[in-house]
Ligand binder design. Sequence first.
Ligand code: PLP
Length: 385
Amino acid sequence: MLQPLIDFVRDHYHTNDFIPLHVPVFGGNEKAYVAETIDSTFVSSVGAFVDRFEQDMAAYTGSPRAVATVNGTAALHVALRLVDVGPSDYVITQPLTFVATCNAIAYCGAMPIFVDVDRHTLGLSPKALAEWLEAHAYRDDRGLCRRREGNGVIRACLPMHTFGHPADLDGLLRVCTDWGLALVEDAAESLGSTYHGRHTGTVGDVGTLSFNGNKVITTGGGGMILADQALGKRAKHLTTTAKQPHVYEYVHDELGYNYRLPNLNAALGCAQLEQLDAYLTEKRQLAADYAACLAGSDVTFVTEPAGCRSNYWLNAVICTDHEQRDQLLKATNEQGIMTRPIWQLMNRLPMYNHAPAGELSNALWLEARVVNLPSGIRAGEEELG
Ligand SMILES: *Cc1c(COP(=O)(O)O)cnc(C)c1O
């Protein structure tokens, strides 16, 4: 499996140089749009590209409203505020995620509760969620979901669409409805992925995207809140210092944030979004080619869940055991092909190792076996050197 895989990656990227996991490619209107912001002097917190990026992203995802932010973590922080997550609350999330998911919960003064993932989606498991709630939570006479231990309010559930593969949103929505929990989707990795035809991040109460440099498209740094009109309006208010519109007075009516995406970054985003569909086509083909290359080997290539369309942001394999995982990581990295293990589980990090956690056997199983393979878009032939 190892040598054919290495040969395949070298052949696909057509180079003997180092092959990164995922790097941005700028082959469209990026330079023209960024130059336009400089020429106009509107490089900062207001400008036509911010409005256009928000409108284009709302249209692309089918979200009633899209609000641009300075990064995906800030988007997630405000998304949780939108569903009233506050100090001493709890938010249920998955241990198998990037640290930003948990950090956003902590920024609200809330604490994560870790519940297991499903092996076929890599995302939060509705079954594990329901079981944890049955055993550890109750609904009070106002309908609030509370922990049996200490009576703290569990405000929301925050699944993440791992590597672009949608979590089981119908299942999660059902459990959240039963228990009075808000559903916030961390769709940072899944721009372009759909769940039963609906864009990820638009199924729950609110969703968030990231345009960091390693994501499907980038604004340098940036993020987006996807919400309905009412929550979207409030998101805009909170992310722009909670300033009331006035011709000249400074009236800030609550604690807000300076989480605006600069126009300079939005210009990059508009140009990148124009190319997203082409990127997704190329990524889908690469995933199919990886699957074909690995067919018949003992590693399992991770494919989109039934009824979903994944953006295949980062291709992933599940090794038979930890030893094979290490062999794969060592052989590829030694040969200049960047591969990476999946994240360490969040419940082991010093900030979160006191947080409540359910039984996490699938997360542990995946943590020991999953490896990401190079997944970036190829640059134009003239840039290949
Ligand atoms: C990238 C990412 C984010 C947001 O990251 P930013 O760098 O702040 O844009 C949040 N959650 C997950 C799972 C991510 O992968």
